[in-house]
Design a protein around this ligand. Structure first.
Ligand code: M6P
Ligand code: ZN
Length: 190
């Protein structure tokens, strides 16, 4: 066994970033192509290709049992059609791995779904600690006017299954209608 040394990373609570982190994933609209329900609105916005969110990796530990990794995610405000900007969303490749989210800034929704199509919604405002239990797919959505930022901690061996979400999406959409946030059924959910 190789003994790893403890370490600390600072999260900037003002903006939700992890300064000095070498690993930042930038997700543009093109990276989420096909995920928004309103494909005409998505196509119209594609030439502009806005940044939808950034993931700041604080610790990407070896992908083995017992290790924890952590990151922050900053989702920018905006919509594609009536649907708010969101993360791609994933199930864990190892489905029995859980994850913890802690909201730092702004407001949003943690949308969860089982593979059988059961949906659950958790409201995220600064201070909210939301648990993603094993087997729940998860996506975060910025329902506010400002940046929405949260901290995430997860087993390093959890892995990502994006394919199921890319194929079927989520059973519910989070949209703005008449200035209000609403959850509506996804018309293309099978
Ligand atoms: C959180 C964590 C990360 C994840 C990120 C963006 O920071 O859950 O593991 O990568 O959100 O979500 P996605 O991978 O679905 O784009
Ligand atoms: Zn996850």
């Amino acid at each position: 066994m190789t003994l790893m040394l403890p370490f600390t990373k600072m999260v900037d609570l003002a903006n939700g970033t992890i300064p000095g982190g070498q690993d930042i994933q930038v997700r543009h609209l093109a990276d989420l192509k096909g995920l928004f329900a309103d494909s005409a609105a998505e196509s119209a916005l594609l030439p502009e290709n806005p940044v939808i969110y950034r993931v700041y990796l604080g610790a990407h530990q070896p992908e083995v049992v017992g290790q924890l990794s952590f990151s922050t995610t900053v989702i920018y405000p905006g919509k594609v059609g009536e649907e708010y900007f969101f993360t791609k969303g994933h199930y864990h490749a190892k489905g029995d791995r859980a994850e913890l989210y802690f909201c730092l800034r702004g407001e949003g929704i943690l949308l969860l779904q089982t593979r059988e199509g059961e949906v659950n919604v958790q409201h995220m405002t600064p201070g909210a600690a939301a648990l993603v239990p094993p087997y729940w797919g998860h996506r975060t959505i910025n329902t506010g006017q400002d940046e929405f930022a949260f901290f995430a901690c997860y087993p390093s061996d959890a892995g990502y299954d994006y394919a199921a979400i890319a194929e079927k999406g989520f059973a519910s959409l989070i949209v703005e209608r008449d200035g209000k946030t609403e959850m509506i059924p996804n018309p293309s959910w099978l």
